[in-house]
Design a protein around this ligand. Structure first.
Ligand SMILES: Cc1cc2nc3c(=O)[nH]c(=O)nc-3n(C[C@H](O)[C@H](O)[C@H](O)COP(=O)(O)OP(=O)(O)OC[C@H]3O[C@@H](n4cnc5c(N)ncnc54)[C@H](O)[C@@H]3O)c2cc1C
Length: 303
C-alpha cells in the first residue's frame, strides 16, 4: 500500500495523479489490472523529485511509453506508473538536419514532423504505435529499418536523478535491445540524424508501408504487435502457422487469423489467457520445430 502522505507529496509536483488506474486504458492489448498510482509528469524537476520520493519510500516505479509492447498482469502494478508528458513531448529541428524529440512524443508525430521538414530516414517507423522513448528502449524496427539507424544520441536520467547522455556508440543497440534494456534509466529525449528528401517521396514510402501493415497485420484489433522475437533464420509467424496454431485460442486470447505472430484480444482476454496461450505456442513450436521462441512483449505487474 502506498502511504497517503506520499501521494499528497506527489500531487504537489507539476503532475496529474490517478489512483487505482486501470491499465486497460493505457495498453494497446487493453488488458491488465490497475496501477496503484498512475501519474503524468510534465518536466524534469518533477520527474527527479518523484524518483527520489519513490526511492526514499521504497515505492517501485515503472516508466510507461504508449503501452504498445506490454502485457500487464491481471493483478495490476505495484507502485507508480510514470508517463512522460508536457516538455517530454517537444520536438525541435536543430542544425544539420538533426531532430531532437522528447521521449513522451509518439513515433507517429516524429515521423510526420520529419516528413513536413522534408527529412527522410524515419519512414520505416510509420505505423509502429509507440512513443519515442519506447522505440529507443526497444530499438523498434520494421521493413529493413531500425531506430538505431538514425539515432545519434540519447539524454537520460539515472536512478539518482542525474541527467546524462549516451552517444551512438554507447547505445548498445541490437535486435530489440538497447543500453536501456532492463536498466534503471529513464530516456528523456533522443536526437535523430536525418537527411533531406523530397516530401512526396517520403509520403509515398510511408503510404506504401502503412498499406503493407494494413494488409498483413490485425492493426484494428487489440494486441501488442509481434509477440515473439524473430528466431535466427526463421519467422516466428511462419513457424506458428506451420504448427497449425493460426486462430488457436485460449479463453479470450487468440492467435490472429490474419498474422500468426500476433495474439489478439477480441473477446475480453485476461493476462492469464495470454500467458497460457504464449506458453502453449512455445511448447508446440519447441516440440514440432525444435526452436525456442523468445517473447518480445514484456510482461509487467504483480505475479
Ligand atoms: C499493431 C502493432 C504493431 C507493432 N509493430 C511493430 C513493429 O513493426 N516493429 C516494432 O519494433 N514494434 C512493433 N510493435 C511493438 C511496439 O509498438 C514497439 O515495441 C514500441 O517501440 C513500444 O513503444 P511504447 O512507447 O509503446 O513502449 P511501452 O510498450 O510502453 O514500453 C516498452 C518498454 O519500454 C520502456 N520505456 C518506454 N518509454 C521509456 C522511457 N522514456 N525511458 C525508459 N524506458 C522506457 C518501458 O518501461 C518498457 O520496458 C507493434 C505493436 C502493435 C500493437
Amino acid at each position: 500500500m502506498i502511504e497517503n502522505t506520499f501521494i499528497e507529496t506527489i500531487k504537489q509536483q507539476n503532475t496529474k495523479v490517478y489512483l487505482n488506474e486501470p491499465m486497460t486504458k493505457h495498453t494497446s492489448f487493453r488488458i491488465g489490472g490497475a496501477a496503484d498510482c498512475y501519474c503524468e509528469v510534465k518536466d524534469v524537476a518533477s520527474l527527479r523529485k518523484i524518483l527520489s520520493l519513490c526511492k526514499e519510500n521504497g515505492v517501485p516505479y515503472f516508466i510507461l511509453g504508449l503501452g504498445s509492447n506490454l502485457l500487464v498482469s491481471d493483478h495490476g502494478i505495484e507502485g507508480i506508473v510514470i508517463k512522460l508528458g508536457g516538455e517530454f513531448t517537444e520536438l525541435t529541428l536543430t542544425e544539420d538536419n538533426i531532430v531532437r524529440c522528447g521521449a513522451g512524443a509518439t513515433l507517429a508525430r516524429l515521423c510526420v514532423f520529419a516528413r513536413n521538414m522534408s527529412l527522410g530516414g524515419l519512414e520505416f517507423a510509420w505505423g509502429i504505435p509507440g512513443s519515442v522513448g519506447g522505440a529507443v528502449y526497444m530499438n523498434a524496427g520494421a521493413y529493413d529499418g531500425e531506430i538505431k539507424d538514425t539515432v545519434i544520441s540519447v539524454d537520460y536520467m539515472d536512478g539518482e536523478g542525474n541527467i546524462r547522455r549516451f552517444q551512438k556508440d554507447e547505445l548498445d543497440f541490437s535486435y530489440r535491445h538497447s543500453a536501456f534494456t532492463d536498466k534503471d534509466l529513464i530516456i528523456l529525449n533522443a536526437s535523430f540524424q536525418l537527411r533531406p528528401k523530397p516530401q512526396e517521396q517520403i509520403t509515398e514510402r510511408m503510404d506504401e508501408l502503412m498499406e503493407r501493415r494494413k494488409t498483413k497485420q490485425p492493426i484494428n484489433h487489440p494486441s501488442a504487435g509481434s509477440v515473439f522475437k524473430r528466431p535466427e533464420g526463421h519467422y516466428a509467424a511462419a513457424l506458428i502457422e506451420e504448427c497449425g496454431l493460426k486462430g488457436f485460442a485460449i479463453g479470450g486470447a487468440e492467435v490472429s487469423p490474419k498474422h500468426s505472430g500476433f495474439i489478439v484480444n477480441d473477446r475480453g482476454a485476461s493476462a492469464e489467457d495470454v500467458l497460457k496461450l504464449i506458453s502453449h505456442i512455445k511448447q508446440v513450436v519447441r516440440e514440432e520445430k525444435n526452436i525456442d521462441l523468445c517473447c518480445e512483449v514484456k510482461f509487467i505487474g504483480r505475479v
